[in-house]
Design a protein around this ligand. Sequence first.
Ligand SMILES: O=C(O)CCC(=O)Nc1cc2ccccc2cn1
Ligand SMILES: [Mn+2]
Length: 249
Amino acid sequence: LHSDSPPFLHKNNEDVVEEMCRNVIRDMDTYGVCVVDNFLGEERGKAVLGEVIDMHTKGVFRDGQLVSSTGRHGDLKTIRGDQIAWIDGKEKSCKNIGHLISQVDLVIMRANKMLNNGKIGQYNINGRTKAMVACYPGSGSHYVKHVDNPNRDGRCITSIYYLNLQWDVKRSGGLLRIFPEGSRGDKVADIEPIFDRLLFFWSDRRNPHEVQPAYHTRYAITLWFFDALEREEACRRYEKERKLQLSSK
Ligand SMILES: O=C(O)CCC(=O)Nc1cc2ccccc2cn1
Ligand SMILES: [Mn+2]
């Protein structure tokens, strides 16, 4: 499940990318989850972290998911989950985030071309969302167990890049726990959100996941990749529903 990216990926070396893609394909086929550590290297990783911290300081983040839980005394505590900001990576103050996005694209599109004659896991990836930069304020904010794409909206791979230097889950929490389908709860994938770690997993019902309460600020950048066919069908369904609603008005 853990494949270290060779030290010289940062030179964009062709066969290094090739080697990494083989690891991603193997892990996705075997586990439906893949972790790549040291993805950008310390310098580039810190440059991305710097841009995210600048965004946070400038108040770019908007409150994301509202999660509520009852406290010890049964009182309803609404703990803000993640705060998010959408980035396309071309913004002048986000050029390092833009570089991260292009590197993840490189790996996914190369993996898409390899094995299974141009498909990864029988998907044909032809696009992705913008980057969702997420910040969990350290106030015990968490994210309840959920599936990213439960109803075939077209997203097939979730890719998350973590930015948290010297993160210690025992002290700071914030563990991502994935409950791979059919594991009946005895086999879970516990992913620590450590600095310069890149995670891939199938976005559909195979991978319900949760973020456990975080007690220090926890940053992550997520990209969702689309399967061409599933996305086209989802858009067509959406168009039909929209027309129905318009005509029923
Ligand atoms: O930060 C992590 O380790 C994963 C957090 C996570 O699952 N975030 C997330 C955030 C989402 C925001 C909007 C819609 C769906 C979403 C699904 N998942
Ligand atoms: Mn999620």
